[in-house]
Design a protein. Structure first.
Length: 499
């Protein structure tokens, strides 16, 4: 009964309208910005590897790694596998497409998050709820987003990450999901109730190396089967447009699942990214917008592609039609998810592959759960600005721990379906908001480009651009803005979660 109800709700939220909206808005923003994701790639990389540092000695690259720790999760491994299962190889192309177009959406939402951020109790806070209230003057809409996001990231999405951890550990070393559920709940509780600094620092160091290690292992698999790469690329492109006979009947599903899993993985337009990006201290909002735009490339074009190539080159995947009939079976008896990737790697690297994927997924997914907690907590902080309810924070902690346990022991299908509802709700609410506010983001982009062309290190003065309610930035001198840039984002994240 539960599965049927969730499926009906999912069908309403993830209608063709949302698929078209995700792609259409990304295309519109790309055209309006003259494809900033291509024009400013060099600037994105320069900002990401900027060698300057703050008093704490942390560079902007180190700040980005913490953001990526939250972005790179089960969607990059299990999400790619499910996209191929239900959409065929062509779904990978549409994941690439939503990443390319979504980079412009990520720029818009992250820039807006910076423009309208606040300093609350000594910490930077921002996100869609803040820019909806300040930019649109629609407090009721901001509250709807905040409440939806608390439910999505606090209750619906953590279960997906936890389920994939449990599934991969059971496949690799035979650990029962019940045991995994208990351990995850205890460790997560330890982090969000206190003592997070040491673990957050550990995750900040380990996760980027795990992501790099995952890509390197994928490159080894590709290198060992390099003769198959042209065939796989041709299969992806042909399947994406219904030109491959075997997958022609599921062309619509290729687009649907590619966009759905692409948005889930890179979060462009979903509204999660602005929460973390608003925490960074920069001299101009467009700086963080450009860095966040590039992070979409890292997430989808690098990590997701690594998974896709491993599966398709080794043939360790299944494809099924909407009615459940098998179209292609390459790994019989394995449910759609991390098991595909583990099987693929295990065949190439016996005794190593399955365990490696389980460990990588453990780090990726667990840090994403912590990131979800921070996003939900930020929206509670937004609500508490108006209605002080300190006990909401305690309820969130209990709720997210319960969601992790529930998601771990339930079927993967139900966990993913609940997660899709959360992603879809946030995407609907946020995309409508950024459509209405995109002019502000592009004012910032033009201002940034003009200052760069004049040889300046850009600084942001909203009064000069006619942008109202950007209270954090108002009245600050150029020197104050430049000296506060490149703040230690990782340290801020630690303080935020401890609170």
């Amino acid at each position: 009964m539960m599965n049927e109800f969730v499926a009906v709700v999912n069908g309403i939220i993830w209608s063709k309208a949302l698929i078209a909206l995700c792609l259409g808005v990304g295309l519109y923003f790309s055209i309006r910005s003259r494809f900033l994701q291509l024009r400013h790639v060099r600037e994105m990389i320069r900002l990401m590897f900027d060698g300057k540092s703050s008093d704490s000695g942390v560079s902007s690259f180190q700040a980005l790694t913490m953001t990526l720790a939250g972005r790179v999760g089960t969607g990059n491994i299990a999400g790619v596998a499910t996209a191929i299962t239900f959409g065929g190889p062509g779904a990978v192309f549409w994941m690439w497409m939503v990443a390319f177009l979504g980079a412009s959406s990520a720029f818009v939402e992250s820039t807006l998050g910076q423009v309208y951020k606040e300093k609350i109790n000594g910490q930077y806070r921002g996100g869609p709820a803040f820019y909806i209230e300040k930019g649109l003057g629609m407090k009721w809409y901001a509250w709807i987003f905040a409440i939806a996001t608390i439910f999505a990231t606090g209750l619906l999405l953590p279960g997906v990450q936890a389920n994939s951890i449990a599934s991969s550990l059971e496949t690799a070393v035979g650990i029962s999901p019940n045991v995994t559920a208990g351990v995850l709940a205890v460790v997560l509780g330890f982090i969000i109730f206190g003592g997070v600094k040491r673990i957050a620092t550990f995750a900040e160091i380990v996760v980027p190396f795990m992501a790099l290690g995952y890509i390197i292992v994928a490159c080894v698999v590709i290198a060992l089967n390099i003769e198959q790469l042209p065939v796989v690329l041709k299969l992806i492109v042909k399947s994406a447009f219904g030109a491959e006979a075997a997958y022609g009947a599921i062309l619509g599903l290729a687009i649907e699942w590619g966009v759905k899993r692409g948005v889930y993985s890179n979060e462009a337009g979903q509204g999660t990214g602005p929460h973390a990006s608003s925490a960074a201290a920069v001299s101009h909002p467009a700086k963080q917008g450009l860095v966040q735009g590039f992070s979409v490339y890292v997430d989808t074009l690098f990590v997701c592609s690594a998974t896709a190539f491993m599966l398709l080159i080794t043939g360790q995947y299944n494809v099924q039609a909407a009615d459940g009939q098998a179209i292609y079976t390459g790994v019989a008896g394995v449910a759609a998810g991390p098991g595909y990737v583990q099987t693929a790697l295990e065949n190439v690297m016996p005794g190593f592959g399955s365990i490696f994927v389980a460990v990588a997924l453990l780090f990726f997914a667990f840090t994403t759960i912590v990131a979800y907690y921070y996003i939900a907590e930020t929206n509670i902080a937004y609500i508490n600005r108006t209605v002080s309810r300190p006990w909401l924070g305690f309820l969130l902690k209990i709720g997210i721990m319960a969601a992790v346990v529930y998601g771990t022991v339930k079927t993967a299908d139900l966990a993913w379906a609940l997660g899709d509802i959360g992603v879809g709700l946030m995407a609907w609410l946020n995309i409508i908001a950024i459509i209405l506010l995109h002019k502000t983001a592009f004012k910032c982009l033009r201002d940034y480009e003009a200052q760069k062309a004049a040889g300046k290190d850009p600084v942001f003065h909203p009064e000069k651009l006619g942008i109202k309610n950007a209270h954090y930035w108002e009245g600050k001198t150029d020197e104050e803005l430049l000296s506060s840039s490149l703040t230690n984002l990782a340290e801020q994240d630690t303080k935020r979660v401890e609170s």
